[in-house]
Design a protein around this ligand. Structure first.
Ligand code: ZN
Length: 282
C-alpha cells in the first residue's frame, strides 16, 4: 500500500514565524543536487541557525514550513559552491539511501520550490519582476496581475492485468532500456482515466477497463505527480510503436524482469501485483 503521509510530521507554510533564533533544517540545492550532511545523524541534512555557519551564501532562500516543529528552509546556491567539510552534494536520486524517507520526500518538495522560485523571477507575460505572495505559494506580477503557482505535470501509470499476468513494456528512453509499466503525461482537457486509456492505446495498442485508483506520488524529476491505477485488459493485440516502446509482453509473478525499486510508485504497483497474484501462477 502507498506509504504514510509526511504531513504528520511536516506542516507546510511560506510565512515564517518572525522570531527565528532556533536551528532549522536546510535543504540546499546546487543545480539539482542536495547538500547532504552526514555529520548530522540520522537525518543527514544541515541543521543550523544560519548558513553563515556553513560559509554558504545562497542566491535565494524559501521558508517551507516545519518538520517536527523545527523550521525548514530551502535554498539555492551558485554552481561553483563547494560542500563544507564532511558534507557532499548529491542528486536526489543518489540521496535516497542517505536520507530518512520523510526527508527524502520533503527534499523533493524543496527542490520543486527552489526551481519554481528561480524560474518565476519575472512575469511570463510582460517581463516585470514578480512578487511572492505572502499567504500562498504564488508569484504575482505587480504590473499585469498574472500569477504563477508551482508547476506540476501530472502523469498516469497503470498496472494492466490479463489472466493474472502483468503487462510490461520496454521503453527506449528509460535507463538501461528496462521494462516498465505503461505511463505518460496527462494532456490538457483529459480526465486521468482518459489519459490511462489513451496512453495504453498509444504505447501498446490495447484497450483496458475497470480502471481503479491505486495511489499517487510526487515525482520531482523535475515536477511531475505520478497518479497510479490498476486496470484490466479489455481488447486488442499488443502492438508497439517501435519508437518509444520497443517491446511489450505479459509477465507472470515469477518471471518479472528487473523492476523499479519500491521507492517509486511503479515499484509499489508491481509489489501489489506480485502479492495479489503470487498464489495463482498460471
Ligand atoms: Zn506581468
Amino acid at each position: 500500500m502507498p506509504r504514510e503521509s509526511i504531513y504528520k510530521r511536516y506542516k507546510p507554510s511560506n510565512s515564517p514565524h518572525p522570531i527565528k533564533n532556533s536551528p532549522a533544517y536546510w535543504f540546499i540545492f546546487k543545480l539539482n543536487e542536495l547538500l547532504i550532511d552526514t555529520n548530522n545523524k540520522p537525518l543527514n541534512i544541515p541543521f543550523t541557525n544560519n548558513l553563515d555557519e556553513l560559509n554558504i551564501s545562497p542566491i535565494r532562500t524559501q521558508y517551507i514550513g516545519t518538520l517536527d516543529r523545527h523550521y525548514c528552509y530551502s535554498a539555492e546556491v551558485i554552481p561553483k559552491t563547494r560542500a563544507p567539510e564532511g558534507m557532499v552534494f548529491k542528486t536526489l536520486r543518489q540521496s535516497y539511501d542517505d536520507l530518512d524517507e520523510d526527508i527524502y520526500l520533503l527534499a523533493g518538495r524543496a527542490l520543486q520550490i527552489v526551481n519554481w522560485d528561480s524560474n518565476h523571477q519575472f512575469c511570463g507575460k510582460c517581463g516585470t519582476p514578480t512578487e511572492t505572495e505572502e499567504d500562498e505559494m504564488a508569484k504575482v506580477c505587480p504590473e499585469c496581475g498574472f500569477s504563477s503557482h508551482t508547476r506540476l505535470s501530472p502523469a498516469v501509470i497503470t498496472a494492466i492485468i490479463k489472466d493474472g499476468k502483468l503487462l510490461m513494456a520496454k521503453h527506449n528512453h528509460a535507463p538501461g532500456k528496462r521494462y516498465g509499466l505503461i505511463a505518460g503525461f496527462v494532456e490538457a482537457g483529459e480526465t486521468l482515466e482518459e489519459a490511462v486509456l489513451r496512453e495504453t492505446v498509444e504505447e501498446v495498442g490495447l484497450h483496458v477497463k475497470n480502471i481503479k485508483y491505486f495511489g499517487s506520488q510526487p515525482w520531482p524529476y523535475p515536477n511531475s505527480l505520478m497518479i497510479a491505477f490498476t486496470a484490466e485488459y479489455d481488447s486488442g493485440e499488443i502492438m508497439v510503436d517501435g519508437k518509444e516502446i520497443s517491446h511489450a509482453r505479459w509477465f507472470s509473478p515469477h518471471e518479472l524482469p528487473n523492476i523499479p525499486s519500491s521507492i517509486s510508485i511503479a515499484g509499489e504497483l508491481i509489489e501489489w501485483y506480485k502479492n495479489k497474484y503470487k498464489t495463482n501462477i498460471p
